[in-house]
Write a protein that binds this ligand. Structure first.
Ligand code: 0RQ
Length: 498
């Protein structure tokens, strides 16, 4: 089939006001970059002419600035799901301009198939190769691509020369069936392959092919500091102790690790801990630290939805594909984050909290209960089904003015029932098998910063006794004082009714 080669601007002009588009990729890895950038320019031109132009966007996870950033600044996004990390997007969501739906990432494809999210007209898919019979070979991130390529009325391909074709073969693409009576997902170890290395669509649906040469808009990482190093060491100590006690088998268990600076530092620390044997990952994002550990032989295999690595690291993978081809597999998000598989293979989940409360509830998404940060991502997919679920974070934020350990989380993403362990640079609170009061004691004693310990002990004194002790008027008092006075340390419980 001779595809219609076109410019990014021509492809963008196919998309009309009010449409819902869906994008390939997971994090900036594998996300389209050229058509969305042109779409933003065209939206600005239409707005200048007084024309309406706003669309819905559904993705696997976050994208780069050339999607969420430019389209937000062009006021072209009506609604968006799921996870994003873009600062301008975050502001527009929090000022009410964009309708944002936060969804567990494993569920996005199923919700699309079931029609919960409306009808996708256009899928924009980044590929490194396309065949005449409609085989699409993806790049560094998969996300929801198999599902959107099948469901959308039309597919636009961004054929990106910045990605090496040597990545062909690393993907294992499998789309879940619709219920009822669907068959089990036959993965029993992270390296199992169950699908195809490409997506096949009807070539007639491919309405345009845009040739580009644009690297992924990967984010760098802050260098580990003493706080993130200590958190990492505490996580490693915890896992090593559980292995010595026989809770974790001596062969170890597959690990999941979240996004961001802390996750990167935690993995580096695990890699350095010689008491932990070489291990596997069953995870949704692989960041730079995992690639280093694969090269060092500390990580044996990584199953992931994306290679969310810096561009020099991605180059390194492409250049050494003979080595990495047998060490990595890229899967759709409904498989990389599939609760069935996570529970079966015994994944240990390690995610980052914005704040945790003394009873073990975790807020991963909202600042002071109202402002969206990034979204729940895959943290819920993994936490609820994990063999052991760990949350870590620094004990304070914003120069010590915020305690990450609070009496009650200001927004709930992961409840006390799903959270097994909380770890800060101060120490480890193992919450397994503990009552709420025992959990509170462990969290305050082991995880809270010394500046906040007494305040939290005093909170328990003023709280109403019960299975879970709280003062309903003071439970969010530390947040209120931060919003009023800029420092949670100024909280005085006598200002609240007990
Ligand atoms: O703000 O950038 O202005 O300094 O939050 O915090 O400490 O740099 O941590 O980069 O690891 O991100 C939870 C957001 C942590 C991330 C979160 C402020 C802090 C800083 C970032 P500044 P750090 P990280 C798999 C799993 C949810 C989704 C998930 C995330 C900024 O890990 O999005 O887990 N997780 N997905 O100062 C006010 C607090 C704060 C606070 C931190 N209590 N109050 N601000 N900050 N705690 C991946 C995917 O699903 C794709």
């Amino acid at each position: 089939m001779n595809y219609n080669r076109m410019t990014a601007a021509e492809a963008a002009s196919l998309i009309q006001n009010g449409e819902i588009i869906a994008l390939s990729g997971f994090t900036p890895a594998g996300s389209p970059k050229a058509v969305t950038a042109e779409l933003a320019k065209q939206a600005e031109e239409k707005h200048a002419r007084g024309e309406e132009f706003r669309i819905g966007i559904i993705t696997g996870a976050s994208t780069g600035d050339s999607c969420d950033g430019v389209l937000t600044r062009a006021h072209a996004i009506k609604f968006r799901a799921p996870y994003t990390t873009n600062t301008d997007f975050r502001k527009a969501v929090n000022n009410g301009e964009i309708n944002y739906t936060d969804i567990h990432l494993s569920q996005v494809a199923q919700r699309l198939r079931s029609g919960f999210l409306g009808h996708v007209t256009t899928a924009i898919v980044e590929a490194c190769e396309l065949t005449d019979d409609g085989r699409i070979y993806l790049t560094a991130g998969v996300g929801i691509t198999p599902t959107i390529a099948r469901l959308a009325d039309r597919v636009i391909i961004e054929l990106n020369a910045a990605h090496s074709k040597r990545i062909i073969g690393m993907h294992d693409l499998y789309e879940m069936e619709r219920p009822p009576y669907r068959r089990p997902i036959p993965i029993v170890r992270p390296s199992d392959r169950i699908g195809l290395p490409y997506i096949q669509v009807d070539p007639q649906k491919i309405v345009g092919v845009v040739e580009v040469d644009i690297p992924d808009e990967a984010r760098g990482f802050s260098a580990p500091d003493p706080v993130t190093d200590k958190i990492g060491q505490n996580v490693a100590d915890f896992l090593s102790a559980d292995m010595k006690r026989g809770i974790i088998p001596s062969t170890f268990l597959p690990l999941q690790s979240g996004v961001g600076n802390i996750a990167n530092a935690v993995l580096s620390a695990l890699g350095r801990d010689s008491s932990i044997p070489p291990f596997e990952m069953y995870t949704e994002v692989i960041q730079n630290s995992v690639i280093t550990l694969i090269k060092e032989g500390r990580i044996k295999f990584g199953s992931t939805c994306s290679l969310s690595v810096t561009n020099d690291c991605l180059e390194d993978i492409y250049e050494n594909m003979d080595f990495f081809a047998h060490k990595l597999v890229l899967r759709p998000s409904e498989i990389s984050n599939c609760p069935e598989v996570i529970r079966r293979i015994g994944v240990i989940s390690m995610n980052t909290a914005i704040e945790a409360d003394i009873y073990g509830n975790v807020n991963s998404t909202h600042i002071c209960g109202t402002k969206m940060m990034n979204g729940i991502g895959g943290s819920g997919d993994f936490t609820r089904s994990a063999y052991i679920s760990i949350f870590s974070c620094p004990s304070t934020a914003k120069g010590g003015c915020i305690s990450s350990i609070v009496p009650m989380v200001s927004h709930l993403d992961h409840s006390e029932h799903s959270v097994n362990v909380i770890i800060t640079e101060q120490g480890i609170a193992d919450l397994r098998g503990k009552s709420p009061m025992e959990r509170a004691q462990a969290v305050i004693e082991n995880c809270a910063h010394p500046d906040y310990k007494q305040l939290l002990w005093d909170y328990l004194k003023i709280s109403t006794k019960g299975q879970t002790c709280h003062s309903l008027s003071a439970a969010l008092g530390m947040h209120q004082i931060f919003l009023k006075k800029g420092d949670m340390r100024l909280t005085d419980w006598s200002e609240f009714d007990s």
